[in-house]
Ligand binder design. Structure first.
Ligand SMILES: Nc1ncnc2c1ncn2[C@@H]1O[C@H](COP(=O)(O)OP(=O)(O)OP(=O)(O)O)[C@@H](O)[C@H]1O
Length: 577
């Protein structure tokens, strides 16, 4: 199994983007140097041109000063641009890696995890990983370089001022961190409250008829008022920390400047430095505040992103479906032999849904699976099409383990009609072909014709090429017919029907049953049904109970020897089931 993880992916991206990395390092070095040049030029300007009252290269130094400030802006702009490109490349590579993994991942992963959770890994967690490298680690490195550059320059100007700058660092850092933590706490609280407000609004809209018919308007209003109050309280907290942080930092900065000015004053002259040196030092020390403040945010961003990295790595470590059969599975439609060999299956370890299942299905047999709800019928179907892997035993088709059949071959073997039809974005033809370019328009039309939908579809302005903007252009019954067309389009020898008439009225059900009767000719049919009357046409009925096969036989045999079947049939005739 290929070893996927975030670290390897980022190293891979870095290798592919060597030029950008080199450029970034160059720009960071240039920005670090340029950052300390203006204060040093200022020192020169003040000491030589103003204090000594010479005009020695005044204009020249001033022009250089302005140019350096301009160059700093340009370098910072390119540095941000390179960082953005690198960030996007990291995101793209991780997303592609996750998509590659997604295609190989075991289907049981999707039954264990909600789709919302999975998409959050692919979207939010990947963004977190990318921001960890761009604004987190890279930002931190840039700010550390800036701080080191400033400290070296201040020490170069005056050792005394260097020590002051060094002592100032932890003070700014801890004050900033204190406020950042408080602010983050308040923001999290506020976000929760905003979520509550949104949920309440969504809930009100969803249940508006119920609220009106049960006169719950004032209850909902009071609840909304309470939620809004909590929301304002948390927002006030955020605003409070936000508003006092900036003045506090400004006061500290002003105090430091005043302190340095006093220390350098003519009367005291504790530091023994020139006016220009003092001005340059004040400028440099002032520029220490922003990178130190940023460090706290970057640390926070790295901490937050680390959980994203962990979650992406967890996803990338998920078990894969490993297919050993490389050759195309050639299928003889006249010779179908499906075997369940001691099959057991559990979604969660130790909690078996199906136990020790053994049976055989032959060509053109029509087999119905029945049993109480939750007994494991749909699970059994997912095992037959190789979406799930048995925890014990195997299922074979003509001797090949179904789990080893390549996904691309499966559609030629099985046609799966689910309980609910899932529309995809695209045209009517796409609903049938699922965008498979190997399926021709003739095949699509044939399939639609077989289910009696062709005439209806050709009535649309664009016929099969009509883009489905609103799925209600098809009724529930027509959607079920589309589902059958989707299953039949490749003319598969095995048709799998998962209680497809469960949610339909009698008339629609009859129509679908008649379509199916035609579609089922010359195929092996596996179907789940609760209605025993519809099983009468089956060659074989498999009754499941407590995860095991309780009985197998023809409808006539079961009517004689299976009490459950007999009772159920009687009740159904009385229309009690
Ligand atoms: N993704 C899943 N994760 C964990 N347990 C599951 C999952 N899907 C189904 N189960 C459990 O497995 C058992 C069998 O479910 P299954 O859907 O196969 O039953 P069924 O016979 O098809 O039920 P029904 O007739 O109601 O459709 C149930 O107890 C169900 O809760």
């Amino acid at each position: 199994m290929k070893k996927y993880n975030v670290k390897n992916s980022v190293i891979g991206t870095a290798k592919k983007n060597k030029i950008y990395i080199a450029l970034l390092l160059l720009l960071v070095a240039a920005a670090t140097i340029l950052n300390v040049v203006p204060p040093l030029l200022m020192k020169k300007l003040i000491d030589y041109n103003f204090t000594l009252k010479t005009e020695d290269k005044l204009i020249f130094t001033a022009v250089i000063y302005v140019m350096v400030i301009f160059a700093t802006g340009v370098v910072n702009f390119f540095r941000e641009a390179v960082l953005t490109v690198l960030g996007q490349n990291i995101t793209t590579d991780i997303r592609l890696l996750m998509m590659e993994k997604l295609e190989k991942i075991s289907a049981s992963y999707f039954s264990k995890n909600e789709s919302g959770q999975i998409s959050s890994r692919l979207i939010n967690d990947v963004d977190a990983v990318s921001s960890m490298f761009t604004s987190g680690i890279a930002g931190m490195a840039i700010d550390l370089f800036k701080i080191i550059g400033v400290l070296i320059s201040v020490f170069y100007l005056s050792r005394g001022l260097g020590i002051i700058a060094l002592l100032l660092l932890p003070v700014i850092y801890f004050i900033t961190r204190f406020f950042q933590k408080k602010m983050l706490g308040a923001q999290i609280e506020n976000r929760k409250q905003v979520g509550e407000v949104n949920n309440h609004i969504a809930e009100s809209f969803k249940n508006i008829f119920m609220i009106k018919s049960f006169s719950k308007e004032s209850y909902m209003e009071d609840k909304y008022g309470l939620i809004l109050e909590n929301n304002y309280e948390t927002l006030e907290k955020v605003n409070f920390y936000d508003s006092i942080f900036s003045p506090i930092i400004r006061i500290i900065r002003a105090a430091v400047i005043a302190f340095i000015a006093v220390m350098c004053s003519k009367e005291l002259d504790y530091l023994g430095i020139s006016v220009g040196m003092a001005a340059a030092s004040i400028d440099l020390i002032s520029s220490l505040f922003t990178p130190v403040e940023n460090l706290g945010m970057e640390l926070q961003s790295i901490q937050k992103s680390l959980s994203g990295v962990k979650r992406v790595d967890e996803f990338l470590r998920e078990e894969e479906d490993i297919k050993e059969t490389k050759e195309i599975f050639n299928f003889d439609i006249n010779n179908v032999d499906i075997r369940f060999n001691n099959v057991s299956f559990a979604y969660d370890k130790g909690n078996e849904v199906l136990k020790d299942i053994n049976f055989q299905i032959n060509s053109f047999e029509k087999v119905t699976f029945t049993g109480r709800t939750g007994v494991g019928k749909s699970t059994l179907f997912k095992l037959i099409v190789g979406l799930l892997k048995p925890t014990e035993g195997s299922i074979t088709i003509n001797g090949t383990d179904v789990f080893q059949i390549q996904n691309k071959d499966k559609r030629k073997i099985f046609g799966y009609v689910e309980q609910n039809f899932h529309m995809i974005k695209g045209t009517v033809a796409d609903q049938v072909s699922l965008g498979d370019s190997d399926i021709t328009m003739d095949q699509i039309k044939n399939a639609l014709n077989m289910v009696g939908l062709l005439e209806y579809v050709e009535g649309f302005e664009q016929g099969c090429s009509t883009v489905v903007q609103n799925e209600n252009i098809f009724s529930q019954g027509q959607r079920q017919l589309l589902s059958i067309a989707r299953a039949l389009v490749n003319n598969p020898p095995i048709l799998i029907l998962d209680e497809i008439t469960a949610n339909l009225d009698q008339v629609t059900e009859e129509k679908i049953v008649s379509v199916l009767e035609k579609a089922c000719e010359n195929r092996t049919i596996l179907t789940i049904s609760h209605r025993l009357s519809s099983m009468a046409a089956s060659d074989k009925i498999v009754i499941l109970e407590a995860g095991r096969v309780k009985n197998i036989g023809t409808p006539e045999m079961l009517l004689k020897n299976d009490q459950w079947y007999k009772n159920h049939m009687k009740l159904e005739n009385l229309t009690w089931t």
